[in-house]
Design a protein around this ligand. Sequence first.
Ligand code: PMM
Length: 273
Amino acid sequence: MSTLVMGILNVTPDSFSDGGRWDTVDAAIARGLELRHQGASIVDVGGESTRPGAGRIEPAEEQDRVVPVIRSLAQEGVTLSIDTMHAATARAAVEAGASIVNDVSGGLADADMASTVADLGCDYVAMHWRAHSTEMDKADRYDDVVQEVRDELSQRVDALTKAGVASDRIVLDPGLGFAKVTDSNWPLIARWQDWSQGHRVLIGASRKRFLGAAIASGGGDGADPSNREAATTAVTTVCALEGAWAVRVHDAAAARDAISVASRLTTAGYKAR
Ligand code: PMM
């Protein structure tokens, strides 16, 4: 099956790349429909920013932001994931029509998450995570980043399955940019089969800082996240060639086109490792 596009819909005033753009319900619904039109098979709705240094918000405020948007987009037939670390928000979102819980903490931030997801019986994205946004850059300390991410994700899978989440419901994500400032990110993209342990894989590289650093090393201007789209699309192409389940992106049309190119190459005989 070809790689899916997960379009990012941050209903937040302060996300690093698109904060404040879709923070009214009507603007968010219009953006969700636009993402679908541009090729997103899934729209990922988030109400709490996880950009480096961001503070937490209460679940009630988060739900006020995301639930009306999810309810309306679900009525339009859009497949939705809820980007949350709060079990209560995961439940409210699934009850409003979301079918995937996307938890950047892999269940570490809320002790009720695993049992809630088991009860909901939905797909669950467990992302590699070490610390909240105010602390995460300091947690970029690895002897062997691929092995450590593999081990830490494996512990999350064990905890989730013990709580009753079906193993085939769990999607793994390396958490690019989370406790990974620049160089730690690349081996996780280059060698994702070495940490994914047979699970479906989601990669979220879109417009992140480590791409800015790569762009600068090639003489480009990567300081502004909006200049990182071509680099994002390059990562999407590799992910699609290598058979990732989905990519989480801001520009759904660019990802859709990159996946179409990868699919032609695969048909023409390109061999993934
Ligand atoms: N990155 C962000 C937010 N949520 N979820 C998953 N599964 N993977 C990611 O890499 C990820 C995420 C931060 O990016 P944003 O502020 O552009 O949403």
